[in-house]
Design a protein around this ligand. Structure first.
Ligand code: NAD
Length: 321
């Protein structure tokens, strides 16, 4: 069998492939993993076949979907900042390429498990304190709109029996290693990652704004689960608000101080950026995730555990764990 991962060179794609390869991961010795990305994926394993190309190109899509493709993790996407700045690039990558990939999967003999990485950006406008599972989708960005279209396509292709889809609405994934990226949520990782690296950081939003976040480890496990979970009794409810933590920047900085000390926390100063503030204040801060828990998805233990796991991975000694 073949497992296809698009966006395989990205932050989550790389982790997902490592998790698929690690015992007792989903990839047995007989499994082939096609790792597709516009940037050459770097994971090295005999089970990996790398494919470098643009998912907007239909011939590339045809080259990555094999007749025995049993599971697709569709992670390739243009993120929120770039989608807002470059409407066409966002729509071509996030909508047109998703449709082309669904079409290629629909031509296969057996319905492929199609895991679509959606986002909480599908929600917007007036929202209750806790967003219920059946909240109407009212995205307030081109990125969120594209993800909402993707979810609807996944649901309809599944209803027709052409694929077996699961859409995962990912919380903001933090703490993301490396450098800031083009996502509007990049600061959420930055206010922990940069001070831990001895770099001054700016929090561009008020310290009491609520954010919905998850760790890279938990979200990777949840994506793997989406690739294997039973879908027979979903009754068409194929979109899941993945579990997350409701935290404010202030709570993240308190945790940072507990784990790394006051001098590290002091490297973060607040300077509100009105443009960022307008966008971030539309993000929902808390979700009812009953549907996801009932389907077997899991949550982070808390903000200290989330930041401690980043510090462990980065080789930074915590004061307490
Ligand atoms: N990380 C988060 O906080 C978060 C939150 C919600 C949703 N998501 C979704 O999860 C998925 C993965 O996110 P990530 O954080 O790993 O992002 P990322 O930017 O690290 O990875 C995306 C990958 O897609 C590739 N890509 C982009 N355009 C492409 C194209 N036209 N053809 C081929 N490859 C292309 C990029 O090269 C990159 O390697 C995305 O769909 C994203 O929208 C992420």
């Amino acid at each position: 069998m073949t497992i296809l991962v698009t966006g395989a060179a990205g932050f989550l794609g790389t982790r997902l492939i490592e998790a698929l390869l690690a015992p007792p991961g989903a990839a047995s010795a007989a499994t082939r993993i096609v790792a597709a990305d516009i940037t050459p994926p770097t994971v090295d394993d005999p089970r990996i076949v790398t494919r470098t190309g643009n998912v907007v190109d239909p011939s590339f899509i045809d080259s990555i979907v094999a007749s025995d493709t049993a599971v697709v993790f569709h992670l390739a996407a243009v993120l929120s900042g770039q989608s807002e700045a470059e409407f066409d690039v966002g729509m071509k990558t996030n909508v047109d390429a998703t449709r082309a990939l669904l079409e290629a999967c629909a031509r296969l003999a057996k319905p492929t498990r199609f895991v679509f990485s959606s986002s909480i950006a599908v929600f917007g406008g007036p929202l209750p304190e806790v967003v219920p599972d059946d909240m109407a989708l009212r995205p307030q960005s081109s990125y969120g709109t594209a993800k909402a279209i993707g979810e609807l396509m996944v649901a309809d292709y599944s209803r027709r029996g052409w694929i077996d889809g699961v859409s995962c609405r990912l919380p903001t994934v933090a703490i993301r290693p490396g450098r800031p990226n083009s996502a509007m949520s990049s600061f959420v990782s930055g206010i922990v990652r940069e001070p831990l690296a001895g770099i001054d950081a700016v929090c561009p939003v008020p310290l009491d704004i609520r954010m919905w976040i998850t760790s890279p480890g938990v979200v990777t496990r949840n994506l793997l689960h989406a690739g294997q979970m039973p879908t027979g009794d979903l009754n068409g409810r194929r979109s899941f608000n993945l579990p997350g933590l409701t935290v404010t920047p202030a709570q993240m900085l308190d945790s940072l101080e507990r784990l790394a000390g006051p001098a590290v926390r002091a490297r973060v100063r607040q300077q509100v950026d009105d443009r960022m503030m307008r966008v971030v204040s539309t993000w929902p801060g808390a979700f009812d995730t009953k549907h996801a828990f009932a389907a077997g998805f899991t949550a982070d233990a808390g903000i200290d555990a989330l930041i401690a796991s980043y510090m462990r991975e980065a080789g930074i000694q915590a004061r307490t764990v």
